[in-house]
Design a protein around this ligand. Structure first.
Ligand SMILES: CC(C)(COP(=O)(O)OP(=O)(O)OC[C@H]1O[C@@H](n2cnc3c(N)ncnc32)[C@H](O)[C@@H]1OP(=O)(O)O)[C@@H](O)C(=O)NCCC(=O)NCCS
Length: 193
């Protein structure tokens, strides 16, 4: 028998207003649909092409639209996982995913990842996504803790996580080496939910 999707709140979760321009543009945060796969993949590739925020180089990334679609379906079906997108108008401008562990002992820990397109940063999109993701996690009895990895020098992301109650659990010195030989550290951050 096919697994049934975990019951969800209505797909459109919230509308906030981007801090841009004279007229605020509403930021809508909702559960991703499989039809968002192409837009999410394009946005992720744009962020990877900046080559600063994630460990994967763009040329190492092999994801396809079909793969992205399967990820959205899987995260939507799993009780301890979700994929939320932020839209301004029709445009997908940011994504957050939470993936709870697959093994019984780790099912209560959700690994969180988020990104916002470069053109739409600093306008409150990341905060809107994170707040909805935290609301979703707080309301989910199968989750007890959220965790994430972030480059130590990613000030904006670290500040956003701290402002939402995440604390540093550990630091891994020299965990990554850039092509110029420079070593970078990352932080493990966590928050109880
Ligand atoms: C990190 C990221 C998701 C934040 O999203 P955003 O939409 O730019 O962030 P917001 O506009 O909602 O700002 C959220 C908070 O970040 C902090 N912040 C924003 N700009 C900042 C800056 N230049 N320096 C330090 N902190 C900053 C502030 O605390 C801000 O809250 P405030 O506006 O109430 O003061 C986004 O910048 C991004 O996708 N960056 C590239 C990918 C990435 O780093 N992902 C995370 C990997 S772990």
């Amino acid at each position: 028998m096919q697994a049934q999707p975990h019951p969800r709140p209505p797909s459109s979760l919230s509308v906030e207003h981007a801090r841009i321009g004279i007229e605020p543009s509403p930021i809508e945060v909702a559960h991703a649909q499989s039809s968002d796969a192409h837009a999410i993949l394009q946005l992720y590739k744009q962020v990877l092409s900046e080559d600063k925020w994630f460990i994967t180089h763009l040329e190492e990334f092999v994801g396809t639209v079909g793969w992205q679609r399967r990820i959205i379906v899987e995260l939507t079906r799993r009780e301890n996982a979700c994929c939320l997108v932020a839209r301004i108008g029709e445009t997908v401008v940011g994504v957050v995913t939470i993936q709870g562990g697959r093994l019984a002992r780790m099912g209560h820990v959700g690994k969180l990842e988020t990104f916002v397109g470069a053109e739409h940063r600093g306008m409150g999109v990341g905060q809107a996504l994170m707040r909805r993701a935290l609301d979703w996690a707080e309301a989910n009895p199968s989750l007890g803790k959220l965790g994430l990895y972030v480059f130590e020098d990613n000030d904006r992301a670290v500040e956003l996580y701290r402002s939402l109650g995440f604390e540093v659990e550990g630091r891994r010195d020299g965990e990554y080496r850039e092509s110029d030989g420079q070593l970078r550290a990352d932080l493990l951050m966590y928050r109880w939910v």
